[in-house]
Design a protein around this ligand. Sequence first.
Ligand code: NAP
Length: 289
Amino acid sequence: MILLDGKKIADQIKAEIAQEVIQLKAAGKKIPHLAAILVGHDGASETYVASKVKSCEKIGFGSSLIRFENTVTESELLKKIDELNKDKEIDGFIVQLPLPNHISVDKVINAVDPKKDVDGFHPANVGKMTLGLPTFLPATPYGIIELLKRYTIETSGKHCVVLGRSNIVGTPVSILLARNAYPGNCTVTLCHSKTKNLKEMLLQADIIIAALGKPEFVTADMVKQGAVVVDVGITRINTDKNPKGYEIKGDVKFDEVAPKCSYITPVPGGVGAMTIAMLLKNTLLAVSK
Ligand code: NAP
């Protein structure tokens, strides 16, 4: 079994981007600037955004964090998005999800200028991705693809079972892995909560992408010997054992599944680390848009 070390690969990608920043500076060109909008005080969102800002600083990007309380109105948020769309210093920005219920996520995603949509969530960018045209790929699926690529994992002709069909992970990764490209050319089965015979489906998989948000859902009896398993799940479980008061669990029961796998991602240190690196890569791309 080989561990797909997302942390190590993400560090490599960040070092590559840092080199490009040095070259941009030397050529007197614009340094990439990423902004993040954070609404409220959700613990996980605070951690993700802090880590995005810290990564920007490390690689030499400019960064801005714009905070709103949970009580912010939809129109106030849309106004700020409009300002960021027009701000020439900002190359790309994200609105950290989830948002409070009184704000329409669709309206927010649609309001972001597709040229600055480094999360790759705008319908125009999703459309381009689906057609295989160059665009910002959503960071988590992009991270999964890049991880498979950097470990030169064969995907052509493989049966890939994706668990979860969200717009940010399951659906886009299923599209990317079905493309006529590398990584890609998989035969993809996209599963969700209404899927019947999930275990039988999983047992046919050469590659499993688990993105359902159900801790330790995938157990050894659901996995074929030699499968590649990518665990996207991140769930905080409260515990006294950890000084933080919680521990992170993936969607795969790692200890029992890992011995059956050819490759597997750990949680943490797998897909999560890659997500931030790919967001930075998208921001670098945004400078030339
Ligand atoms: P989501 O929007 O809640 O979607 C979950 C998906 O799983 C839905 O499509 C749902 O089906 C499906 N599902 C739920 N229970 C199921 C079951 N018993 N059997 C089969 N399918 C089931 O979740 P998400 O945003 O995609 O996130 C999934 C996980 O990935 C979460 O743990 C999240 O924290 C994590 N995540 C990690 C990263 C990262 O950087 N590593 C990034 C994003 C998300 P229905 O559509 O039928 O409801």
